[in-house]
Design a protein around this ligand. Structure first.
Ligand SMILES: Cc1cc2nc3c(=O)[nH]c(=O)nc-3n(C[C@H](O)[C@H](O)[C@H](O)COP(=O)(O)OP(=O)(O)OC[C@H]3O[C@@H](n4cnc5c(N)ncnc54)[C@H](O)[C@@H]3O)c2cc1C
Length: 166
């Protein structure tokens, strides 16, 4: 094992420990109350955002910590293990990947720092279609360029967390 791998392993172990401690502030009763009220875990999501756990995949130049996917997976694993609900906010970690890969320099500069700070919530997406689920390569929705805009045609099934997104 290389030194770099060992250092990264230790860092991830520390992250796991910190996430476990953060989750202790949100015990089962907190989640059961939200469940009864059909409410969103705003305080929990804010705590995770403030601690920087939802911006680990954002490069440092945009205010994130530029960590690998294994760190993000470890965070969500600890969240779920603690009985908390990672599905309420996991997409805030990775949806920005589309912007990071395909956005212009100006778009990245405009949006990524706000997402990293948790002020801008980019955590809803439409992938699943009536005839395309797990196999995302069979998605049929298509964006056709028409002058200075795009015409998007297709069907989508889910848009979870749309209400809690900007
Ligand atoms: C509560 C909830 C919220 C969701 N929110 C969103 C959202 O906001 N946006 C969004 O885009 N999607 C969302 N999804 C969709 C979800 O992420 C999955 O992509 C989708 O449910 C999978 O498609 P499907 O149900 O049509 O299953 P299918 O793709 O039809 O798969 C059915 C079963 O077959 C298996 N399978 C499929 N293909 C293969 C293969 N090639 N080889 C072996 N096994 C295979 C699958 O593992 C699964 O067990 C949500 C789902 C749930 C349950």
């Amino acid at each position: 094992m290389a030194i770099k791998d060992i250092e990264q392993g230790e860092e991830i172990a520390q992250i796991r420990d910190s996430v476990r401690r953060l989750c202790q502030d949100f015990p089962g009763e907190y989640w059961r109350k939200l469940d009864r009220e059909n409410a969103y875990p705003s305080e929990f999501v804010k705590a995770l955002s403030d601690a920087g756990y939802l911006s680990v995949l954002i490069p440092e130049e945009y205010g994130g910590s530029g960590m690998p996917l294994s760190a993000a997976a470890a965070i969500l694993e600890e969240v779920q293990r603690a009985g908390a609900n990672g599905a309420a906010c996991h997409a805030q970690m990775y949806i920005m990947g589309a912007l990071l890969r395909h956005g212009s320099a100006a778009q990245k500069q405009k949006y990524l720092p706000g997402i990293a700070r948790g002020e801008l919530r980019l955590q809803a997406f439409g992938v699943t279609e009536p005839t395309s689920g797990t196999d995302t390569t069979s998605i049929k929705t298509f964006a056709r360029r028409d002058g200075d805009h795009y015409v998007v045609n297709g069907q989508k099934v889910w848009t979870s967390r749309a209400e809690q997104s900007d």
